[in-house]
Design a binder for this molecule. Structure first.
Ligand SMILES: Nc1ncnc2c1ncn2[C@@H]1O[C@H](COP(=O)(O)OP(=O)(O)OP(=O)(O)O)[C@@H](O)[C@H]1O
Ligand SMILES: [Mg+2]
Length: 359
C-alpha cells in the first residue's frame, strides 16, 4: 500500500498556470477526491501523479520515494481517463490485457488476470466484444478493469462517471466505492460534481483556479466551509452578510446588512467588528406560520415566493427584505397550511450556523 505526497506542484501551459502550488498528503488506502469547477487543474494534477505531465516545480512522492523522474509505466498507477480512451477496434479482452502485455507478463497469467478483472467489474461474459458493442456504463467498467488489472498501487480516476446518466452514475459510484474498499487501493478521484464527491470520499480537496482551497472530510467541508467559494460550490446555502456586534464566551451576535440580528454559537477566532458571512444550509431552516417565536432560535419573517416540489422534500423560497432564504422541508403538513404568497416565519438554530470571515 502506498501513500502519496504532493509538495508545491506547479504546472503552466504557456501563460496559463494550470496548477499553482498544490500540496496534499493522501494516506494509504484512502479514497481522496479533487473537487473543483471546470478548468481548475484537476486533470493536470492527476496527469502529473501518473507521470504523463512533468511538473515545472514541486515534488511527487509515493511512500517517501521521489517519483518526478520515474517514467509513467514504472509508477504502477492505474488511470481511468476522462473520456475512457478505450481502443475502439480492440476487443474488451485486448483493451484490458494491454497493460499486462507491456509488462511482459506470461500469456497464461494474462488470461487469468484479465478474466479476474472483468469478473470484478461484472463483465465476465463480454471479453470478445468491442467497445462500440457496449453501453456507456459497460465501457466505463472496461476502463476500470483496465486500470485495476495491473494491480496498481495508486488508482487515478478522472471524472469516470461523467458520460453516464444520473441513475447509472449513482449505481456506479457505489460500485467503485465498494471495490476500492475491498481492494484497499489508494485512490484519487476527480470530479466537479459536489454530491458525488461528498458521497464517495474519505476526504476531499476543493480546488479553485490551480489551488487547493480546503481539505477535509465531506461532513467537515459541508458544515464548515472555509470561504464563500467552498460554501456555494458545495451545495445550496443561505448567506447573510454582516458584522460581529457582540462576541461573548457562549454566543456571537451578528448584525446583518438588512438590519437583522443573528445569534450564533460562539466560535474561536471571532472578534467584535469582524466582517462575516453567516452561512446556513436550507435543510437547517424551518418554515412556520407567520408570527412563530422561540427564545433560542433565530427567527426571520418573510413571504413565501416559491415552493418547489423536489420529491422527498419541498424547497421553500422565502423573501425577507429583498433577500431570498431557502428552506427544505420534509413535512407535507407545512405544504397543506402554507401557500405561495403567504406570510411566514423561518427559524434556524445557533448550532447550525457557520461563520465565514470575509478577508
Ligand atoms: N495541454 C494543454 N495545453 C494548454 N493548456 C492546457 C493543457 N492542458 C490543460 N490546459 C489548461 O490548464 C487549465 C487546467 O486544465 P485541466 O484539464 O487540468 O482542468 P480540469 O480541472 O481537469 O477541468 P475539467 O473539469 O473541465 O476537466 C485549463 O485552463 C486548461 O485550458
Ligand atoms: Mg479534467
Amino acid at each position: 500500500m502506498v501513500d502519496v505526497k504532493l509538495e508545491n506542484l506547479v504546472k503552466a501551459f504557456g501563460s496559463v498556470i494550470a496548477v499553482d502550488g498544490v500540496s496534499l498528503q493522501i494516506s494509504k488506502s484512502e479514497f481522496f477526491t479533487l473537487l473543483g469547477p471546470s478548468g481548475c487543474g484537476k486533470t493536470t494534477t492527476l496527469r502529473m501523479i501518473a507521470g504523463f505531465n512533468q511538473p515545472d516545480n514541486g515534488e511527487i512522492y509515493f511512500n517517501d520515494r521521489l517519483m518526478n523522474y520515474v517514467p509513467p509505466d514504472k509508477r504502477n498507477t492505474g488511470m481511468v481517463f476522462q473520456n475512457y480512451a478505450l481502443w475502439p477496434h480492440m476487443s474488451v479482452f485486448k483493451n484490458v490485457s494491454f497493460g499486462l502485455e507491456m509488462r511482459k507478463i506470461p500469456g497464461q497469467e494474462i488470461k487469468e488476470r484479465v478474466k479476474a478483472a472483468l469478473n470484478l467489474v461484472g463483465l465476465g461474459g463480454f471479453a470478445d466484444r468491442t467497445p462500440d458493442q457496449l453501453s456507456g456504463g459497460q465501457q466505463q467498467r472496461v476502463a476500470l478493469a483496465r486500470a485495476l488489472v495491473i494491480e496498481p498501487d495508486v488508482l487515478l480516476l478522472d471524472e469516470p462517471l461523467s458520460n453516464l446518466d444520473a441513475k447509472l452514475r449513482v449505481e456506479m459510484r457505489k460500485e467503485i466505492k465498494s471495490l476500492q474498499k475491498k481492494l484497499a487501493i489508494t485512490t484519487i478521484y476527480v470530479t466537479h460534481d459536489q454530491k458525488e464527491a461528498l458521497a464517495v470520499s474519505d476526504r476531499l480537496a476543493v480546488m479553485g483556479i490551480g489551488k487547493i482551497v480546503q481539505v477535509g472530510a465531506p461532513s467537515e467541508i459541508y458544515s464548515n466551509p472555509k470561504n464563500r467559494f467552498v460554501a456555494s460550490f458545495i451545495g445550496l446555502i443561505n448567506l447573510f452578510h454582516g458584522k460581529v456586534a457582540v462576541a461573548k464566551e457562549k454566543e456571537v451576535v451578528i448584525k446583518t446588512r438588512m438590519g437583522l440580528e443573528i445569534v450564533a454559537s460562539a466560535l474561536d477566532e471571532v472578534n467584535t467588528g469582524m466582517e462575516v458571512l453567516v452561512a446556513v444550509r436550507p435543510e437547517n431552516v424551518e418554515v412556520h406560520r407567520y408570527g412563530f417565536t422561540h427564545p433560542q432560535k433565530n427567527v426571520i419573517n418573510g413571504v413565501i415566493e416559491a415552493i418547489e416540489y423536489l420529491g422527498s422534500i419541498s424547497r421553500y423560497s422565502i423573501k425577507s427584505d429583498q433577500k431570498i432564504i431557502n428552506a427544505d422541508q420534509y413535512s407535507p403538513e407545512a405544504e397543506e397550511t402554507l401557500q405561495l404568497g403567504d406570510k411566514a416565519t423561518i427559524s434556524f438554530e445557533r448550532e447550525h450556523i457557520s461563520l465565514i470571515e470575509i478577508l
